[in-house]
Design a protein around this ligand. Structure first.
Ligand SMILES: Cc1ncc(COP(=O)(O)O)c(C=O)c1O
Length: 393
C-alpha cells in the first residue's frame, strides 16, 4: 500500500531524540559516578579482605581529586609513571611510588625534588638509574626508598636474572640516601580472559617464589613486594609474597577489561559521549569521536578478528570499525538500530587510559544529571612551567 504524502516520514528529518547531556559539547569523556564509586569501593574492600596494600596507579585518571577518593578509601599511597604525575599528585598524597626508571640527571633531579612531605619510592632496574637517582637524592638531601624491578614474564623492564637483582639491591644499600625498599614487578603479560590465566599465574608464582627465597638467603628479605594489574587484580591474593598491588584501569574499566571478564560491562564507568554527524554512506554512521577522542588502541587479550576501537554503551553490537582523526565509523551491519544525524551515543573505549590523556576535562554524571567535572591535571609532561621558571631564575 502506498503511503499518503502526509503520513510518509521524509528520511532527511531526524526523529527528535531526548538528549540528557545536551549541555555538553561532544566528543567528551563522561564518567558515571555511581559506577566509579562501586569500582573504588570494590577494590578497597578486596584489599582489606586480603590484607593487601592498595597503591593505585593514577596514570588512568591523572586527577588529584580521584586520587584523593582512592586514598580516602584506604589506599596506602599512589603509583605514578612520570615526574609530572608525581608532582601533581603530591598535592594530595604523602606516599608515592614512581614505577618507572628515573634515567637521566634531569629526570632524576625532578623526582628527587618532589615535595619533602612525600615519602618517595622509585622502582628501577639498572645501575645507571640507581646512580642517577643517588646523585639527585644526595643533592636534594632526601631519603628515597628503591624497589628493584624484576622481569617476571612481561619482558619490558625488570631484571630477569635474580643474581643481578640482588647485586643491584646491594649497590642501592651502599648508595645513601637511597635504601633498598623491596621488589617490584608488573604482570602486564597476563591479559587473557580471567578464567584462562592459570598457567601464566602458576609461572609467575613459581618465579616470584624463587626470587624471594634467593633474596632472603642473601640477607635482603624485601619488606615490600609490589605487583598487580587490573586484568589479574582479583587473583593478587593468590600470589604468595605480594604485599601491595597497583591496579590503574580498574577505576573506570574499559572494553578490554570487560571483554576478558575482569569486570562486568556495567562496571565500565567512563564513556565517550559522541554525536552522529553523518549517515550518508549506507551501512555505517559517522560519529565525531575519532582517534583524537578514542585513541587508536587495539582490543588486548582477545583474538576476535573484527574488533574495532570501541563499542556503544546503548548498542553493544555496534563497534567503531574505523577512524580518522575526528571521525569514528560505526559498523551497522550487526544491528537493527538506525541512528539519525544529531543523535548522541556513548562509546566504551578499548583502552580508557589513553582517552583520559587525550582530554583536558572529564565530566561526572549521575544517571542523566551532569553533576560535576574535573581537570585531567596530570596530563602532558609539565615541561613548560619548570623550564620557564628556571629560565627566569
Ligand atoms: C608499572 C605498572 N604498574 C601498574 C600498572 C597498572 O596496570 P592496569 O592499568 O592494568 O591496572 C601499569 C599499567 O601500565 C604499569 O605500567
Amino acid at each position: 500500500m502506498e503511503e499518503s504524502e502526509s503520513s510518509a516520514k521524509p528520511i532527511f528529518f531526524a526523529t527528535p531524540v531526548t538528549d540528557p547531556f545536551s549541555d555538553l559539547e561532544s566528543p567528551v569523556p563522561i564518567v558515571d559516578l555511581d559506577r566509579l564509586d562501586r569500582n573504588l569501593d570494590r577494590a578497597a574492600r578486596y584489599a582489606g579482605e586480603h590484607r593487601l596494600a592498595l597503591r593505585p596507579h593514577i596514570k588512568t585518571h591523572k586527577s588529584p581529586r580521584l586520587a584523593a577518593e582512592q586514598l580516602k578509601r584506604g589506599a596506602v599511597g599512589l603509583t605514578c609513571a612520570t615526574p609530572f604525575e608525581a608532582e601533581v599528585m603530591s598535592e594530595v598524597a604523602n606516599d608515592i611510588l614512581l614505577a618507572y626508571p628515573p634515567v637521566g640527571a634531569r629526570r632524576a633531579r625532578r623526582v628527587a625534588g618532589l615535595s619533602e612531605d612525600v615519602r618517595l619510592t622509585v622502582a628501577l632496574d639498572s645501575a645507571t638509574a640507581a646512580d642517577d637517582l643517588a646523585s639527585a637524592a644526595r643533592a636534594a638531601d632526601r631519603p628515597i626508598s628503591v624497589y628493584v624491578e624484576l622481569d617476571l614474564g612481561m619482558h619490558r623492564v625488570g631484571l630477569p636474572v635474580v643474581d643481578d637483582a640482588i647485586a643491584l639491591a646491594r649497590r642501592i644499600q651502599d648508595a645513601k640516601p637511597l635504601a633498598f625498599g623491596g621488589i617490584a614487578f608488573y604482570p602486564g603479560h597476563i591479559r587473557e580472559p580471567v578464567d584462562s590465566q592459570d598457567a601464566k599465574l602458576d609461572a609467575l608464582r613459581s618465579s616470584l617464589g624463587e626470587a624471594l627465597a634467593r633474596f632472603e638467603q642473601a640477607g635482603l628479605a624485601p619488606r615490600a613486594v609490589s605487583g598487580g594489574s587490573t586484568p589479574t587484580m582479583w587473583h593478587t591474593h593468590e600470589i604468595p609474597g605480594v604485599t601491595e598491588f597497583r591496579p590503574g584501569t580498574y577505576i573506570f574499566n574499559d572494553r578490554t577489561t570487560a571483554e576478558i571478564g575482569a569486570c562486568d560491562w556495567d562496571d565500565c564507568a567512563l564513556t565517550v559521549l559522541a554525536t552522529v554527524v553523518s549517515t550518508a554512506v549506507p551501512g555505517q554512521a559517522v560519529i565525531d569521536a575519532g582517534s583524537k577522542a578514542l585513541g587508536r588502541e587495539p582490543l588486548r587479550g582477545t583474538s576476535g578478528a573484527d574488533e574495532g576501537f570501541g563499542s556503544l554503551l546503548e548498542h553493544p553490537e555496534v563497534v567503531v570499525k574505523g577512524m580518522s582523526e575526528e571521525h569514528g565509523l560505526l559498523d551497522l551491519s550487526r544491528t537493527t538500530w538506525r541512528p539519525v544525524v544529531g543523535e548522541r551515543v556513548r562509546v566504551i573505549p578499548n583502552h580508557v587510559c589513553i582517552v583520559v590523556h587525550l582530554n583536558d576535562v572529564v565530566f561526572g554524571v549521575r544517571g542523566t544529571t551532569v553533576e560535576t567535572s574535573w581537570p585531567v591535571a596530570a596530563r602532558g609532561r609539565g615541561y613548560g612551567a619548570p623550564l620557564g621558571a628556571e629560565a627566569t631564575a
